[in-house]
Design a protein around this ligand. Sequence first.
Ligand code: SF4
Length: 250
Amino acid sequence: MSEDNSEIIVDVNVFDIIQKAYEEHFNRRKNKLGCSELPFCPRKIIISRLYNIPFENKMIMLHGKIHHAVIQQPNVLRELVKTLYQQLNIKNSKINVTTEKYLIHELLPGKFLEAHVDIDISDFLIEIKTTARPLKYWAKELSEYHVIQLNTYLGLTKKQLGFILLINLRAYFSDIIDFNDVWNKYGCFLPVKFNQELFENTLEKAKKMFILMKHGDFNIKGPVYEWECRYCPKQIQEICNKTKHAQSKI
Ligand code: SF4
């Protein structure tokens, strides 16, 4: 039996809906800083909150989310955890795995640091990152901003070891059919040991940002990485450029 569905017209812009939902999510965060923001330009973070800058197109983030969802599937996680424990030679009969673990840490009264841990396993954490660059760029040296983020999670969860699980999005364009080959070529685990001093410095930076925000002040040095200005939203760049003379060292 065939049904005539021609009268049902659905005109939905899915990406628009996702973008609006993200905007709402970010606009609610005036009293919160995310650990993933902390490694980057503090001027950008402060200006975006003080001026209520609308959310920029973050569709690339959605690719990341899709990969997170795949890795966090119970059957994938089971294999992942088993393999990692074997390779690390850790014997643990009670392994707890939590995905999407949210932590809130009060840095100053009413001002919070928000952590969103991708995978928390009894003995370590895993932070999933997707990249458009070939893995050879990352394998020798972890990027500092990934380390700062994961190190903050380690400090908040009181763990000593974590892994960045890097996935290269070029896997989509690969003509390799064998899944293991794709995985070996386009995914890798990079270990990060907890660094107490880095953790304390990161929390200090976050506290300073909250204090500056309270006074409506973004008299703080930026960017941290030279390339950040190229990707900075236009509205933030304009405000930033007008006030460049006001920059000083944090
Ligand atoms: S333009 Fe550069 S220095 Fe200014 S807020 Fe953006 S990233 Fe920071």
